[in-house]
Write a protein of this length. Structure first.
Length: 142
């Protein structure tokens, strides 16, 4: 029987770093310089597992009543199965009494995914790591 679980840690683990490398550097061609930044230590990291295999990840930081989310990924083999949505469900369940809003910079190709989760575009298009992005927000408990 398959078991889904998660951990929230204050550090980027080797498995997290490897999953991010596979997705952002190998799949998307993002440079190592853009992928790993000096802000890692300022974020909490959500790891999502199927049995013992890391299949999803994101990092987040709470500033006042806003949660800034980044580096959202699901292992390629496990995409389109609701695991990305589950990452956000976990955050919302855990932090809904502490925050008013999720904020993230979405790659243009992921806008539909985030829109289905209740996010709205809150900026003009901009470049980040040489990829088109939009700032998106989602109000919590509104």
């Amino acid at each position: 029987m398959n078991k889904l679980s998660y951990k929230i840690l204050n550090k980027l683990t080797i498995k997290g770093r490897l999953l991010r490398f596979r997705v952002f550097v190998l799949e998307q061609g993002i440079s190592l310089k853009d992928e790993y930044d000096s802000k890692e230590k300022d974020y909490s990291h959500l790891y999502y597992y199927l049995n013992t295999r890391l299949i999803g990840y994101l990092r987040f930081q709470i500033n006042d009543k806003d949660m800034h989310i980044g580096r959202v990924i699901v292992n390629k083999k496990y995409r389109n199965n609701g695991f990305g949505k589950e990452l956000f469900n976990i955050l919302e369940d855990l932090y809904k009494d502490q925050i008013d809003m999720f904020i993230l910079n979405s790659q243009e190709s992921a806008i539909m995914f985030y829109s289905k989760l209740g996010f709205i575009i809150d900026s003009e298009r901009f470049k980040e790591a040489n990829i088109n992005h939009y700032k998106m927000i989602k109000y919590i408990n509104k």
